[in-house]
Design a protein around this ligand. Structure first.
Ligand SMILES: Cc1cc2nc3c(=O)[nH]c(=O)nc-3n(C[C@H](O)[C@H](O)[C@H](O)COP(=O)(O)O)c2cc1C
Length: 180
């Protein structure tokens, strides 16, 4: 699949087959995702993939701020990736000094790029994904025993899709683009 096809064919997937994803395939997805760009190549993003159904479903039940829509998506998925990042490094120089006044925004920026790269890599390997932003970061961190040097950026539900659906429409280029 070339880049254009992968970008166009990645759409959020919320219904999955009851089929496990091999850990070797998850490794291949992270093998690609690790090439995401990052602030000063600091590579602060980490991936915790939960393929234990009991833990995944516990997070689905208790860590989505009561949004049953997300509970269903996570429960249906074969695995759940927690995208997290090491704090206090992005936006800074290697000696820790701030290089940008709004330093903290760059760590979420890194995490966002990594999440999309992860989803595209999953698509390339035939795995559907759905980024989940409505969740309780602290509760997720506690459930997975995240080191306290990291924060949770988002969750990504994943699995073999029941079907590859069309996503919602997009704004046209004329609404998005201007030249000066
Ligand atoms: C930062 C972010 C947070 C999101 N949070 C959720 C979420 O909590 N639940 C959900 O079902 N989808 C969530 N989505 C998926 C969006 O709804 C979806 O990307 C958007 O509707 C466009 O559809 P597409 O991904 O199929 O192209 C999120 C996406 C992003 C980028």
């Amino acid at each position: 699949m070339d880049a254009k096809e992968c970008i166009l064919r990645r759409r959020s997937c919320r219904r999955y087959e009851e089929k496990a994803i091999d850990r070797s395939l998850i490794r291949q997805i992270v093998e690609l995702a690790r090439f995401a760009p990052s602030w000063k190549n600091m590579q602060i993003v980490r991936y915790t993939v939960i393929d234990d159904a009991a833990l995944k479903n516990d997070i689905a039940q208790t860590c989505v701020r009561g949004l049953s829509f997300n509970t269903k998506t996570i429960t249906r998925g074969a695995a759940l990736a927690v995208i997290s990042y090491e704090t206090g490094r992005s936006g800074r120089d290697t000696d820790g000094s701030l290089m940008a006044p709004d330093g903290e925004k760059w760590e979420m920026f890194d995490a966002g790029i990594a999440a999309q790269t992860f989803c595209l890599a999953a698509r390339e390997h035939g795995i559907g994904t759905c980024i989940i932003g409505v969740m309780d970061e602290a509760a997720v961190a506690q459930k997975i025993g995240l080191p306290n040097t990291q924060k949770v950026a988002c969750l990504v539900a994943m699995g073999y899709p029941e079907q590859w659906k069309e996503g919602p429409p997009r704004l046209g280029c004329d609404e998005l683009l201007r030249f000066r």
